[in-house]
Design a protein. Structure first.
Lengths: 527, 346
């Protein structure tokens, strides 16, 4: 609505794209939505934010017809919502683009676009492709309709899904964490496309943990907390501190934790100074390289230091992290922990050498979802839970209980399946496991992906505490909040170290370095 | 959403949950015991149908019949928990004894089957087990090193090994086997067949290993999420390889028991068993997707299948209906467990 380019007719304002009032949804004893409402105007981009467990996902389910609310009304463009189960009618009203792509990977783009709408009789492939090309062109999506959907990038996949939704006639699209797997350039392109569509009258509900994106893209924001509606405001009139306060229900003091590293840095610096001129590095990469991923790099992490490896998805930063922990075998150079080389390409040896690992994607690499919290937390220490290779359940539970209390994991007990926990608590279990062996150096790849603001603080606090007890940590991320706790940041771009920053970098400098423009780096481009 | 529910659940549950862990333990074990009532009901039905059912002869007979199959189930259950599958077990049970015989039987003499007489007769059991180990090792090589599809690779092995058995044995049953080879399957210890005791011990050992050894626990992690297991420092490929080899070793050992039990190596030994093996493991609560199930559950699965057959046989149902019954009980068990556990099985 606030977009000046929206063609506003002179007549009465168009009905809102979606309006929900007094929606109540219960799952057994749990109240997932407590008389909440939301109104998204036509052509508006509306952000829905809240911590994990605030009720966002349930609202999405209600708005897309997957769940029937126990009470309350939902209407689209002034008309009541279709009956439950009338999929076709729902599809013509609303669509949701999820974090995970919902396309069928082995079919072509054209087939995915017209899935279950191939028409009657024989499939006319050339006509189908032509229709797909027209549809994609209409929304400015540059994708070959004959390409296999599985070969698309995440970004292209999202565009295809958006185009598909629009082709059903939907004028309201829900984006559930659409930027989680995109690099900054991809996010830019996505936002440009979304603004174009807004001008055509499409309304968006944007769900994100990334508050900066809310400010970049949205004009209105609604905050939910603990299944209740807290506030709806114009983004321009709401400060970040107030927004965080609304989400957490606490005064904004804790946002300071994001930047509270200066104190810690001072301590680390003092420790370094006291220990003499050059304390031995806890972790040293010695010409470490992986062909096709990153060029040989040298760096050292001192005791008490947190090193950031910054880089977008394709920069090689993740590959570097995975090489450090032995998931990938380096093609050049070596890794040393406390001066001793680590056997390359072997996770057990890296663990033994004292490298703890928090993997990038907790669902794919971090957790065995069907198993209990205790089992997941002790997965890397099974050799310490009993004599002669045995794993004693009592000791496992005891170990897990210690982890649960020291990291404040919200769970009903060590025996609870880890899949029942919220994202932030699941991530704590992953970190618990990495810390279980008392590592000399903790390597964490995007440790706060998809967790809420409060968990983010405590997770980063845990990483920081590893350094404070005299060990070291490496954070691989492109999230500025993650990198803010680092004492030093090395930025990678296309597999090369492009800049190195000491503390005190500005967001703009680091972001531009990750984008391949190392103008602001302390030491500038090395090549 | 999940966060709120966790918070409330934890807050509510914490006071009474903390002092005693008993209710939780009970719930988590319930799943493995789910076939026990079924077995009891089958016992009652059997008792009503025929007075011969509840005699020790009949019950021991059931156990003896089930012993060879149960070893395959033991192997397959471990392989499935680890997230793999091996169809070739049903051929290993036949081909391993035949290869052992081929190596030890003299090339001439009164026996109807002539081997190459390379090794003395007492080596037949170790040879048979070694063949099993090699077959499992080769399966592991194909699945883990060549990264071919495990289902098709072991399906190919199933057919190939069956053909190898036919070729080596010239399609005939081998009736003369060394004493040492037939002993275990025929002997009787403390009033029950040795095979029954051996099976029970192996299940107990396997169950304890999976429950209380770090490498046993690793199977669940590997089957549940092999990437996560690898990232946690578990040697995923090595352990999977060992499990595949042990599975085939157990199948070869089942072959030894079978030969001792029936006195000859039948040319169709084990033919078609893999279907029952999978049925027993799955109704026993082992997930086909890996990472879930127990050996105790798998054992109750085999017993259930065999009791159904026994009860219906005693009830005068012709054996020609056995297959129908097998199929029916699998489907009923699947549907019941689907709704009892509330989890989708796709």
């Amino acid at each position: 609505m606030t977009d000046p380019t929206t063609p506003t007719p002179d007549g009465p304002a168009p009905p809102p794209a979606v309006q929900a009032e007094g929606v109540v949804k219960r799952f057994g004893p749990t109240l997932a939505l407590d008389r909440v409402g939301i109104t998204v105007e036509a052509g508006d981009s509306h952000a829905l934010v809240g911590r994990n467990g605030a009720g966002k996902s349930t609202l999405v389910s209600v708005l897309t017809g997957l769940h029937v609310p126990d009470a309350g009304r939902v209407s689209f463009q002034g008309e009541p919502a279709p009956a439950a189960g009338d999929t076709a009618a729902w599809q013509s009203k609303v669509a949701c683009v999820y974090q995970k792509s919902m396309v069928v990977p082995d079919l072509t783009v054209a087939e995915n676009l017209f899935l279950n709408r191939l028409g009657s009789g024989r499939v006319r492939w050339s006509a189908l492709r032509a229709r797909a090309r027209d549809l994609l062109a209409e929304y400015g999506v540059e994708v070959d309709p004959a390409a296999r959907a599985g070969d698309l990038t995440v970004e292209q996949g999202q565009f295809v899904e958006i185009a598909r939704a629009l082709s059903f006639g939907a004028r309201f699209i829900i984006l559930d964490e659409p930027t989680a797997q995109l690099d900054a350039a991809g996010i830019d392109r996505l936002f440009t496309r979304l603004r174009d569509l807004q001008r055509q009258g499409v309304a968006f509900l944007f769900i994100s943990h990334h508050l900066q994106e809310v400010y970049d893209l949205c004009s209105t924001v609604t905050v939910y907390r603990d299944a209740r509606h807290v506030l709806t405001a114009t983004v321009a009139e709401l400060g970040k501190a107030e927004l965080v306060e609304a989400m957490t229900g606490e005064a904004a003091s804790h946002t300071a934790a994001w930047h509270a590293t200066s104190a810690a840095r001072d301590t680390a610096g003092r420790q370094g100074a006291e220990a003499g001129p050059e304390p031995e590095a806890v972790l040293r990469a010695d010409g470490l390289g992986l062909e096709g991923a990153f060029d040989p790099v040298d760096f050292a992490v001192r005791p008490g230091e947190v090193l950031g490896l910054a880089g977008a998805t394709a920069s090689g930063a993740t590959a570097l992290g995975e090489t450090l922990v032995g998931l990938r075998r380096a093609t050049a150079g070596r890794t040393l922990v406390a001066g001793r080389p680590v056997r390359p390409g072997s996770v057990p040896h890296a663990l033994g050498a004292g490298i703890g690992y928090v993997p990038e994607d907790r669902h794919r690499q971090g957790l065995v979802l069907g198993r209990s919290v205790a089992e997941n937390a002790t997965l890397s220490v099974t050799d310490q839970l009993g004599p002669y290779g045995t794993v004693l359940p009592s000791r496992t539970r005891e170990f897990a209980r210690r982890m649960i209390s020291s990291l404040d994991i919200k769970t009903s007990g060590p025996g609870q399946p880890v899949s029942d926990l919220s994202g932030g608590n699941q991530q704590k279990v992953v970190i618990a496991r990495a810390l279980a062996r008392d590592p000399r150096v903790l390597v964490a790849i995007r440790p706060t992906a998809g967790v809420d603001v409060k968990s983010k603080d405590s997770l980063l606090g845990v990483v920081r505490s590893v350094a404070e007890r005299g060990d070291a940590a490496v954070i691989v991320s492109d999230e500025l909040d993650d990198l803010r706790v680092c004492d030093r940041v090395i930025a990678l771009f296309h597999g090369r170290v492009i800049a190195e920053f000491d503390s005190g970098w500005t967001d703009r400098d680091l972001v531009s370095a990750m984008e391949g423009l190392p103008s602001g780096g302390d030491k500038g481009a090395e090549e | 959403m999940s966060d709120t529910s966790q918070l409330t659940a934890a807050d509510v549950a914490a006071p009474d949950r903390a002092p005693s862990g008993a209710p939780r333990l009970h719930l988590s074990r319930y799943r493995d015991l789910s076939l026990i009532p079924v077995i009891l009901v089958l016992g009652v039905i059997g008792f009503i149908v025929s007075p011969a059912f509840l005699t020790s002869d009949n019950l021991i007979g059931v156990l003896q019949q089930v012993s060879e199959l149960s070893l395959l189930v033991l192997g397959e259950a471990m392989i499935l928990i680890c997230g793999r599958m091996d169809l070739s077990l049903e051929s290993t049970i036949g081909v391993a004894p035949v290869i052992a015989m081929w190596l030890v039987m003299p090339s001439s003499g009164s026996a109807t089957y002539h081997g190459i007489g390379l090794l003395p007769g007492w080596t037949s059991v170790p040879l048979c087990l070694l063949v099993g180990l090699l077959i499992g090792g080769f399966n592991g090589f194909m699945i883990l090193k060549l990264r071919v599809n495990g289902f098709i690779a072991t399906l190919g092995m199933l057919t190939m090994l069956r053909g190898l058995q036919d070729g080596i044995s010239q399609g005939k049953s081998i009736v003369e086997v060394p004493r040492s080879f037939s002993y275990l399957g025929g002997a009787s210890w403390i009033g029950a067949p040795a095979a029954v005791w051996i099976c029970l011990v192996l299940f107990a050992v396997g169950g304890l290993a999976l429950g209380y050894l770090r490498h046993g626990r690793a199977l669940y992690a590997i089957g549940g999420n092999s990437e996560a297991a690898r990232a946690a420092g578990i040697r995923v490929d090595r352990i999977t390889w060992i499990v595949l080899a042990v599975g085939s070793l157990l199948a070869a050992f089942a072959g030894v028991l079978y030969v001792g039990h029936y006195g000859a190596i039948s040319s169709t030994q084990g033919d078609g068993w893999i279907f029952q093996v999978f049925a027993a493991t799955v109704i026993g609560g082992v997930s086909l997707n890996g990472g879930r199930g127990t050996l105790f559950g798998a054992l109750t699965g085999v017993l259930t299948l065999q009791l159904v057959v026994n009860v219906t046989t005693l009830g005068g149902v012709p054996p020609l209906w056995d297959k129908f019954l097998y199929g029916a009980i699998i489907i009923v068990a699947l549907i019941i467990s689907r709704f009892a556990s509330g989890e989708k099985q796709d």
